[in-house]
Design a protein around this ligand. Sequence first.
Ligand SMILES: NC(=O)c1ccc[n+]([C@@H]2O[C@H](COP(=O)([O-])OP(=O)(O)OC[C@H]3O[C@@H](n4cnc5c(N)ncnc54)[C@H](OP(=O)(O)O)[C@@H]3O)[C@@H](O)[C@H]2O)c1
Length: 268
Amino acid sequence: MYLDQEVMSCMSTRITKEIRILRKDMKHIIIITGAGKGIGKAVAIDFAKASKREPDFEPHLILVSRTLGDLETVATQCRSCGATAEVFQADIANMSQIDQLVSGTLERHGAIDCLINNAGVGRFKPFTEVTEEDYEYTMATNLKGTFFLTQKVFPVMEKKRSGHIFFITSIAAETAFKSSSLYSMSKFGQKGFLEAIRLYAKSCNVRITNVMPGAVHTPMWGEVPDEMKAVMMIPEDISSPLVNAYLLPQRTSVEELVLRPVSGDLNE
Ligand SMILES: NC(=O)c1ccc[n+]([C@@H]2O[C@H](COP(=O)([O-])OP(=O)(O)OC[C@H]3O[C@@H](n4cnc5c(N)ncnc54)[C@H](OP(=O)(O)O)[C@@H]3O)[C@@H](O)[C@H]2O)c1
């Protein structure tokens, strides 16, 4: 069969365009809150590492927390694993900063494929000693920040009819411990919220995963005795199944990941 020059050039333009569209789709725009330390940092690095073993997976990581220095260190590590990464210094408890995060991401990339709601704080003390300031501080990040960031990101995924939102809640989202009244209250709240939005998400192909870890050795715990450290999980124990859940085909949703130290909860 003979194809003249004009048809050939037309076909090649179309093929190049299609390849470009495919390439664009292969970029996964992933926002990770609390990416400077602990579990969030491990999630960022594990996504970056996955880009090496999964040929079609090109993550672009948007690393968020309040401490720029931490984020820059993590971004450098992610880039050295082959992913692209940018940092965004923000307090998720601040509405205008989450507005800027979402609008800036959309202006630069036109999409958000994955949101990891990981940023969280805990103040652990007997319930009679909890102050109003402890209350406001915990709820501002764990509930208000998580709620409104998700509220701003969800419509982007709904419109595209694809996306994945992870919530790093906790075992404390369904089991109470004496010293964690406030923390548990916020984590039970996150669980209630994510279960409600799953009802919206199902009809538009968006996956919602509740990640419920037990004790993980991270900066959140401060100094811990060696015998306690010995039984705790490490951040990579959480990030590895999370990244695997994201990489499953879009038709499959891992709705819950419950991860505990093999010896059980630390403060039964
Ligand atoms: N470690 C555990 O045993 C455990 C168990 C179950 C669930 N979790 C949950 O897992 C998540 C991560 O915990 P982690 O142990 O990795 O904690 P972490 O080591 O203290 O790290 C928390 C990260 O979140 C950031 N962050 C906190 N508040 C923020 C805010 N308002 N805006 C933006 N970033 C904020 C922190 O950075 P900046 O302070 O610089 O902002 C930091 O990068 C939390 O939601 C926690 O509740 C932890």
